[in-house]
Design a protein around this ligand. Structure first.
Ligand code: SF4
Ligand SMILES: [Zn+2]
Length: 456
């Protein structure tokens, strides 16, 4: 389900038809909505709405526009609201030097108060920053250590500002303007934000997306925004929904946790098969034990699935362009299951790829390339380093010094029987990419560079 992380449904624009707005939201697949307070009065209205509607959650805060009008009493009352249920964030707060409705000093002081309050209650902050990036970052830097977590909503800054926010652990969200025809720059900025840090929002009633630009915005209009993000990230709309909902769950604790142990999981038009979490390496960049989440899928297996379970999880493979044996673990640890599943899929005419660390021979105690002939169309082997020493240091193979030469031998054997063979390296500073490229060229196989921390 889609999560709209920033709405103002308590505003007068919805006075007469809120129920129909919420019905349209549900029909468009919106699961939960965070209604964001901009003053003490609207924060109270947000709470009242959350009591009325099950899928509405609340953020309480005072907008920087009103900073000069916040008395001690108002702030005290706002703090008292935190005792209410369904409050998932503090804000919106921040700095707005575009409208300049309150003096900068008053805005900064109020922003700091919100950040301190959020930390005290271990809640995320919803940050509004307009034409004030430098001061915003300066203040956020003061609070970044410890429990600062939050989102810069309706992000409109530069790539550099985005990076600083990301480095602090913040999420970013973009509203309707990301869809505007003249917003190419903003889309370029969004491209630099890992999808794992992206949230969806409308900021309704403001900022309606194309083709509703200029009209009153509403949560169901996220259906115009999601395809644009799919395009930006080269993912499917389903991927965007799943990942951003997982992100909202991570930050605000709303929605559903992703189920553990996905055996077959879709990303774009490919279906990935997760046979095992066992692996004969412990690569320094691998997150399989610490954080086994890939594009909103939880790959931690409680137990390894049998062939029938795998085929059951795949179901009808018709709609996928390619089936990939991958997951967080080494597929050739389960060679028999891999072969049986691949044979079934091949009989249905599917294109099949195997992502492997190339230790299949060592794991199974025999040369296995021939056994994959006719079953696998493309094989992608992790080369990972230009020398055996570096490989052993970075990947810590359980087979020790034997691993690197065995992996190279496997590449040569695979080349004889598999139509497409490629090797990959992860872009980390220790690796000499050009030397790795030369090894691939000498072996006569394709070469692929994978970005550090980008999975799936
Ligand atoms: S080969 Fe893959 S699964 Fe195994 S440790 Fe390295 S990155 Fe992780
Ligand atoms: Zn807002």
């Amino acid at each position: 389900m889609i999560i709209d992380t920033h709405a103002h449904l308590d505003f007068p624009e919805y006075k007469t038809d809120l129920e129909s707005v919420l019905l349209r939201a549900r029909e468009a697949g919106i699961g939960s909505i965070i209604n964001v307070g901009t003053s003490l009065a609207t924060s109270k209205k947000c709470i009242a709405l959350a009591h009325r509607f099950e899928n509405i959650y609340v953020s309480v805060g005072i907008h920087p526009h009103d900073a000069s009008r916040v008395s001690e009493q108002t702030w005290h009352e706002l703090e008292l609201l935190l005792g209410e249920s369904k409050i998932v964030a503090i804000g919106e707060t921040g700095l707005d030097y575009y409208r300049n409705k309150s003096p900068h000093e008053a805005q900064q002081a109020l922003f700091e108060k919100h950040l301190a309050l959020a930390k005290k209650h271990n809640l995320p902050v919803i940050i509004h920053c307009r034409d004030a990036s430098d001061d915003c970052l300066k203040i956020l830097n003061k609070y970044k250590n410890g429990a600062l977590k939050g989102v810069v909503h309706c992000f409109s800054g530069t790539k550099e500002t985005a990076k600083e926010c990301l480095d602090m652990g913040l999420f970013l969200s973009f509203a309707g303007p990301i869809t505007f025809k003249n917003a190419q720059n903003l889309r370029e900025v969004a491209k630099t934000v890992p999808v794992e840090r992206l949230l969806l929002e409308t900021d309704c009633p403001f900022l309606a997306p194309h083709p509703k630009r200029g009209e009153r915005n509403e949560p169901s209009y996220l259906s115009f925004v999601i395809p644009v993000f799919a395009e930006i990230y080269g993912l499917s709309p389903d991927d965007i929904v799943r990942i951003t909902s997982f992100n909202a769950y991570t930050l605000f604790g709303i929605g559903e946790p992703v189920p553990e142990g996905e055996i077959a999981y879709a990303i774009r038009n490919s279906l990935y098969i997760n046979l095992t979490n066992r692996c004969s390496m412990e690569c320094s960049f691998c997150m399989r034990t610490s954080y086994p989440i890939v594009k909103g899928h939880n790959l931690h297996l409680k137990r390894e699935p049998a062939t029938e379970e795998v085929l059951g999880a795949i179901g009808d493979p018709g709609r996928y362009d390619e089936i990939v044996f991958c997951g967080y673990g080494e597929p050739t640890e389960r060679l028999d299951v891999l072969k049986a599943v691949a044979a079934d899929l091949k009989s249905k005419g599917k294109r099949i790829r195997l992502d492997t660390n190339g230790h299949g021979d060592l794991i199974n105690g025999r040369s296995i390339a021939n056994e994959l002939k006719g079953l696998i169309d493309t094989i992608c082997i992790s080369l990972n380093a230009e020398t055996a020493e570096k490989y052993t240091a970075i990947c810590k193979p359980v087979f020790g010094e034997k691993a690197y030469p065995a992996m190279l031998q496997f590449i040569k054997d695979a080349k004889k029987v598999i139509p497409n063979v490629q090797v990959s390296v992860v872009e980390i500073p220790d690796i000499d990419i050009e030397k790795c490229r030369k090894i691939a060229m000498d072996l006569g196989v394709d070469f692929r560079i994978r970005k550090y921390n980008v999975l799936g």
